[in-house]
Design a protein around this ligand. Structure first.
Ligand SMILES: [Zn+2]
Length: 507
């Protein structure tokens, strides 16, 4: 919401804060200049890394005390006496990079959507001393797993100075480059060069930049009970190449971590970049101050789950206009996908999507499954279970009519998946046409088509694959606009389509 204009003549608080930050930055710059001058006099010149990691101030400090000068902070843990203090693997000085125009901070140039990797520049999100001053992205590598990395360092299991050895990790297949990679509007939520960083940014890495892949591609076999049953029943034939005799599938897969180009993400959703930055700052508990203080940094690696692409058949066929592509875009549902819960259609639809993808590959085309880590419509599993309880307990029972109402009353919204960023991965693959889309979601379809990819045919889940207890979900979704080749459920039908009550579970 916009703030009402001030009528008292007092200045905008944000402007005051920014002015103050600017002043702090200037003061810091002066102090740093003095520091560098002092260092220049010493016999052995110190590298920026040594400045960062220099010894604690000689004067004694009380536990819990924080002192601040020139953008660096000394911290003594409050909970342990200095004598028992564990070795701090980072050094006692914390270097903040939140000041605008901070001395010595020179982010590597980054031109999102430029014609090639060299023109675009590497994405440097590391706080390794070699990269701290050239860092050009907010957040950290590894998505949400950066938190486990932090724990590993804090527990002494991981050296914070560890630099990964990427030898032999290169992709076994070629993906791209595609023209979409240099269209700043087509891809805004992943780094299209994410799997190529060790070659594309070799010189930057050799110069010390800690640039890490945000995409990895590999090949594997996979076994799925339903697919094996399909092969046994003769619905799917073994061909020794895509489907092996024992029912195993041959697959190429890619794991993708999110990399958001904030101006592009804001534009995709039709909002202001400043509002997007503010919302990300507020709703991560103020976790990334640079979202507010460093408007010069345009890229953010959010601490959220990424996605996995499963490709059946030759990946290069994806961009061959003579080859057909069958695809399913699936959002994570751990309860059904992995544990077989029957309250929804997720696993049956996923398996159906895989089977259709495999059949396409067997006919000379390509089958693609994209699996997004957006559990429970991106509301999370805790919210999902709360909604299940409310659905089962409500007066009148669990009906299709009240399906979305219960989600809204708990979460405030029906759905937070916001499919607008989803097609980015399809553009990364170089897709321009999907011959068969095994999805009923109107939100996914609209997002794909409006991003410029043609969808020839939409394929709903066959009725016989819908578990009884999930009829509530599927009817409610069809009534909301999901694609169907059948009829739209009437109001009466929505009221009478009921899920199982808890008591029924005991029979
Ligand atoms: Zn589900």
């Amino acid at each position: 919401m916009m703030q009402p204009p001030t009528t008292t003549g007092s200045a905008d608080p944000l402007a005051l804060i920014l002015a103050k930050l600017d002043l702090l930055g200037q003061q810091q710059e002066e102090l740093n200049a003095k520091l560098e001058a002092l260092q220049a006099k010493s016999a052995a010149p110190l590298s920026p890394a040594t400045v960062t990691l220099r010894s604690p101030a000689p004067k004694p400090m009380r536990a819990g005390q924080v002192t601040e000068s020139d953008g660096e902070i000394d911290v003594v843990p409050a909970s342990v006496k200095p004598a028992q203090r564990p070795a701090n693997p980072y050094g006692s000085r914390v270097v903040l990079t939140t000041y605008p125009k901070q001395f010595g901070i020179h982010p590597l140039p980054l031109n999102w959507g430029a014609a090639g990797p060299q023109q675009r520049g590497p994405i440097v999100a590391s706080r390794h001393p070699d990269s701290l001053k050239i860092r050009n992205a907010i957040g950290a590598y590894g998505g949400s797993y950066c938190i486990y990395r932090a724990l590993a360092v804090a527990l002494g299991e991981l050296d914070p100075m560890h630099r990964p050895d990427f030898g032999l990790t290169e992709p076994p297949v070629t993906i791209g480059p595609h023209p979409q990679w240099s269209d700043p509007k087509k891809i805004v939520s992943l780094d299209p060069y994410g799997h190529l960083v060790t070659t594309a940014f070799q010189s930057d890495i050799a110069a010390g930049a800690d640039v890490r892949p945000t995409i990895a591609i590999t090949r594997a076999h996979m076994r799925i009970a339903e697919i094996e049953a399909s092969v046994k029943a003769g619905r799917l034939r073994a061909d020794g190449k895509i489907v092996l005799d024992n029912g195993e599938l041959n697959v190429t897969k890619a794991a993708v971590e999110p990399v958001w180009y904030l101006p592009g993400v804001a534009e995709r959703f039709g909002i202001e970049e400043t509002l997007l930055r503010r919302a990300l700052f507020e709703d991560t508990g103020g976790m990334y101050p640079e979202l507010i203080t460093r408007p010069d940094l345009k890229v953010f690696l959010p601490p959220i789950g990424g996605l996995t692409v499963y490709i059946f058949g030759d990946p290069e066929g994806i961009t061959d206009p003579t080859k057909r592509v069958t695809m399913r875009v699936h959002d994570e549902c751990n309860g059904s996908d992995v544990f077989g819960s029957d309250i929804c259609t997720c696993r049956p639809y996923l398996i159906f999507g895989i089977e259709e993808a495999v059949k396409e590959a067997q006919q000379g085309g390509v089958g693609v499954i994209v699996y997004f880590r957006k559990e429970g419509r991106a509301l999370g599993e805790v919210t999902k279970y709360l909604v299940y309880n409310a659905r089962k307990r409500q007066a009148g029972g669990d009906t299709a009519e009240t399906y979305f109402l219960r989600t809204e009353s708990v979460a405030g919204v029906k759905d937070m998946r916001f499919q607008a960023l989803m097609p980015d991965v399809l553009h990364w693959l170089g897709l321009t046409r999907i011959d068969r889309l095994t999805s009923m979601s109107n939100m996914k379809y609209d997002a794909i088509v409006s991003s410029g990819i043609e969808v020839v045919e939409r394929v709903p889940i066959p009725d016989e694959l819908i578990p009884d207890d999930s009829k509530v979900e599927i009817e409610a979704k069809i009534a909301e606009g999901y694609f169907t080749t059948g009829g739209i459920p009437s109001k009466e039908s929505l009221a009478s389509t009921k899920g199982r009550m808890w008591e029924d579970l005991q029979h």
